[in-house]
Design a binder for this molecule. Structure first.
Ligand code: ZN
Length: 434
């Protein structure tokens, strides 16, 4: 039997959901125009007034909001409520420039928690589960976000945070964790450490579900993880600017449901900004319909995806975004061709001899981009025969060329030499000074 956190909302007919979205959108544009100097100025510059927004179709009249807007108005210039109404801040570390600050009213926290409670219920996680949270706690939203959602559904939380991997495995065994939430990279590392300790996650623990996110990962990686550890692996999605992790796949594992009563999604052509049709691949843009402290209008989130409004077998009517290929920011341009690290991962994971850890290294030699992919061999496939190694490198290079349309140099490196990550893995070293 399929369980729902809020069946009435989660199964609401799509036309009713859209009516609700329309009403919330109209209120939202009035709200931000009144309460945020930033939005008033942006709307005025664009020549758009709240009254111009009468239907969902009018959404495209509104200007986009960018991550750089949050940086430019650091720390709280885009907030719509005075500080005394805030109950929490989170801060995302900017790799370049200033960090971004997100503030929450109590309602914002409640909405975030509800979103995750629905998501966790949709993957069959609830009372009786012991959820080990291996996302970092603190200014990063991963740890606390998952924590609140897990408590809300009545599960028992083990707030392990990231790191201290031997101890994580010991606790997983001793306390009987049934669910792990962390980055897929960290879980792979955990599995490696646990194998080295002589503990099989599949046979020696109660783990049955993984909630993996904060970095893109491929369908092929899912197959690897599920086969190696015997768990069901689910994708979780969100970003600190929207609150934090918010949405997961349901048990159908066929796209991530985005709660339409709280968020309005569209996919656009990243070059022209034009809205694309359902089923077309483009950049995801999200409007928050219910946030109070830091609502975002047409926020360009930077991920490339496809929206599906087709009915899902789980009975939920909320639209789905299909597996995220990568962030527009992560896209590499190699000799004029767009390459996502996720595409490389998906090719590598289909080759049984190749291990889960890899690194893309890009150099520019004599004005020419050279892409190299470093891989490790799985234990099962391990060989020290030079011929075997060379033929594996050749096979991988040819599989990558077939998908990426560029020549790639493949280098087999010693097992364990590619850096392991306890958080978001770094999968690209770009030595070009672009
Ligand atoms: Zn579903």
């Amino acid at each position: 039997m399929i369980e729902y956190w809020n069946p009435l909302v989660e199964r609401m007919p799509i036309d009713e959901l859209e009516k609700m979205q329309e009403k919330k959108l109209k209120n939202l544009v009035k709200y931000v125009y009144q309460h945020s100097d930033f939005y008033k100025k942006r709307f005025d510059e664009f020549g758009v007034k709240p009254e111009d927004i009468q239907s969902l179709d009018d959404l495209k009249k509104l200007p986009f909001t960018y991550k750089v807007d949050l940086r430019d108005t650091y720390p709280t210039g885009m907030f719509c409520v005075p500080n005394e109404q805030l109950v929490r801040f989170h801060v995302s570390s900017g790799t370049t420039g200033k960090p971004t600050v997100v503030g929450y009213t109590q309602n914002d926290i409640d909405m975030w928690t509800t979103s995750l409670a629905r998501a966790m219920t949709s993957i069959g996680v609830g009372r009786g589960d012991i959820i080990q949270i291996g996302y970092g706690y603190g200014l990063f939203t991963g740890g606390l976000g998952a924590h609140y959602g897990a408590e809300e559904v009545g599960a028992t939380v083990l707030p392990a945070s990231s790191g201290n991997t031997d101890r994580q495995i010991e606790l997983m065994q001793d306390l009987g964790s049934t669910v792990i939430a962390c980055t897929p990279s960290y879980f792979l590392f955990m599995n490696e450490v646990s194998n080295n300790l002589g503990v099989s996650i599949k046979d020696d623990t109660n783990l049955r579900v993984g909630i993996f996110g904060a970095e893109p990962w491929s369908e092929e990686m899912r197959v690897r993880i599920e086969e190696a550890t015997g768990i069901k692996a689910y994708d979780i999605y969100g970003t600190s600017e929207l609150s934090g992790p918010l949405f997961t796949e349901c048990q159908c594992q066929d796209g991530i449901h985005i709660w339409a009563d709280q968020f309005l999604i569209e996919v656009i052509d990243p070059e022209t900004g034009e809205q694309l049709k359902e089923g077309e691949s483009g950049e995801l843009v999200i409007t928050t319909l219910a946030k109070e402290a830091l609502p975002l209008i047409r926020y360009k989130i930077g991920d490339i995806t496809i929206i599906s409004k087709q009915p899902c077998e789980c009975g939920r009517t909320h639209p789905r975004i299909m597996r995220v290929l990568g962030r527009a920011d992560d896209m590499l341009i190699i000799r004029g061709i767009n390459v996502f690290p996720g595409q490389v991962e998906s090719v590598l994971m289909q080759i049984p001899e190749v291990g889960e850890h890899f690194m893309i290294v890009v150099d520019r030699v004599n004005e020419l981009d050279i892409m190299k992919v470093q891989i490790e061999m799985t234990d099962e496939a391990f060989s020290d025969k030079v011929n075997d190694i060379m033929s594996l490198e050749r096979n991988v290079a040819s599989a990558l060329k077939h998908v990426l349309n560029i020549a790639v140099k493949v280098e087999l490196v010693e097992k364990g030499s590619i850096p392991r990550s306890m958080g978001k893995a770094k999968k690209v070293i770009d030595n070009r000074n672009l």
